[in-house]
Ligand binder design. Structure first.
Ligand SMILES: Cc1cc2nc3c(=O)[nH]c(=O)nc-3n(C[C@H](O)[C@H](O)[C@H](O)COP(=O)(O)O)c2cc1C
Length: 404
């Protein structure tokens, strides 16, 4: 796990929305990652989830409305000490009422006063009935809060607890956590950069039910895309069919075959500042694709002809304009560094990530990886750890090789 995702101090404000029941799980996950959490609850929030649940999960007292103007803490003023302690202040769910408090700077509650007093980034996740969300008062409060520098993440569409369908749902916990980590990212060196990442396998169909592919899970490419987003980039992810959810915060383009990936990359690569080709693209496709399922004929064998797919990386290398950076991946089973270095040169890449797919805990499907990054100038950097660690390390190499 990325080292900066632990030892952080996260303040969570919970207000009186039905989705408050989801927050204890977020607290659990953040704590499990080695972080400290303090929780402030509004009076209404305590009708939806109990302070005891939150205290049990944080290992600390839960701050309630009655603590605001109490002298129990003596000289320690709760809204100031919590505001100063926090490295990020997550307000989830934020009721329409709390959104108004944020927009108008109302300091008559512990939660409202702490939002005003903190210098930490405040991330607000509104959740409410669709009509409440669409009301001009709520929308005005959203834009006022944003103008003042609050991060306001709009609710998602779907079935609402009140029985309505529409915009108003609190996003999944995963999304809330990803926005938190994006906000806490110690580096924003890729801000203003457009980055194109390819990930996952491709499929080459022989008939409607059979294809050739490879075991790529997409995890490495997803980690590259996600960490680029953490570091401030605008990311487009072109991905083949995978079983895992693509990361939040990036634009996703779905493709199946190598030809489709080729066309998608050619459409997108012109505007990209950095192109990372981590997809495991099939080198070959069937010369003939049968429209109907091929039946077993009892002949003992079936002859098929494969022909080469277009070489996407080579074409991007040919089209590369001045200042554009092309990073490739070389998944090799033998003569790793030699093969990777020759691919780097042949395809006009600036950097290549050499990945020994036969090594334990490395390559396809694994959650970890161990790679050597080879730069055009011959510099080599070894990276190992989770795929997220390796991706973060790759961006560090880009930062040092191509200072802004
Ligand atoms: C069952 C129930 C569910 C509610 N859910 C929400 C909600 O999801 N979002 C919201 O803005 N208000 C919701 N409300 C209304 C708030 O609880 C109410 O506005 C309250 O005053 C908010 O107080 P607070 O902002 O101090 O937490 C709900 C009320 C009830 C009775």
């Amino acid at each position: 796990m990325l080292e900066w995702k632990s030892n952080r101090r996260i303040l969570i404000g919970i207000s009186g929305g039905i989705s408050a029941y989801k927050i204890p799980e977020i607290v659990r996950v953040i704590r499990k990652g080695g972080n400290d959490v303090e929780v402030i609850m509004t009076k209404a929030a305590t009708s939806f989830v109990t302070p005891l649940t939150l205290s049990t999960l944080t290992g600390r007292r839960t701050w309630l409305e009655e603590d605001f103007l109490s002298d129990e803490q003596g000289w320690k003023i709760p809204h100031i000490s919590l505001a100063d302690w926090a490295q990020a202040f997550l307000v989830a769910p934020a009721t329409a009422n709390v959104l108004r408090r944020a927009a108008l700077g109302e300091a008559d509650t512990l939660l409202g006063a702490t939002m005003l007093a903190t210098r930490a980034p405040v991330i607000i996740f509104p959740a409410m009935n669709v009509h409440m969300w669409e009301h001009p008062a709520t929308q005005r409060h959203v834009s006022m809060a944003r103008d003042m520098g609050y991060i306001v993440i709009p609710p998602e569409e779907g079935e609402l607890a009140c029985g309505y369908e529409g915009k108003g749902r609190l996003p999944e916990n995963e999304v809330i956590l990803e926005v938190l980590w994006n906000t806490l990212s110690p580096k924003k060196d890729l801000a203003g950069k457009k980055i194109l990442v390819t990930a996952g396998p491709t499929r080459e169909f022989m008939d409607p039910v059979r294809f050739i592919s490879n075991p790529s899970s997409g995890k490495m490419g997803y980690a590259v895309a996600k960490t680029a987003w953490y570091r401030g980039a605008e990311v487009t992810l072109i991905k083949g069919p995978t079983c895992i959810k693509p990361p939040y915060g990036v634009k996703v383009v779905n493709v199946t075959t190598a030809e489709e990936m080729y066309r998608a990359v050619m459409d997108e690569c012109e505007k990209a500042d950095i192109i990372v080709k981590s997809a495991a693209v099939g080198d070959y496709k069937f010369a003939t694709v049968f429209e109907q399922k091929i039946k077993r004929e009892g002949k003992g064998s079936l002859q098929v002809t494969l022909e080469e797919n277009p070489d996407i990386a080579a074409e991007v290398g040919r089209r590369k304009r001045d200042g554009q950076i092309l990073i490739g991946f070389a998944a090799e089973s033998h003569e790793l560094l030699e093969n990777a270095a020759s691919k780097l040169k042949k395809k006009n890449m600036d950097m290549i990530v050499a990945n020994d797919i036969t090594a334990k805990g490395s390559g396809f499907e694994s959650d970890t990886n161990s790679v050597t990054v080879i730069c055009k100038n011959g510099r080599m950097v070894k990276l190992a750890g989770t795929k997220e660690d390796v991706a973060w390390g790759l961006w560090d190499v880009v930062e040092s090789e191509f200072p802004a």
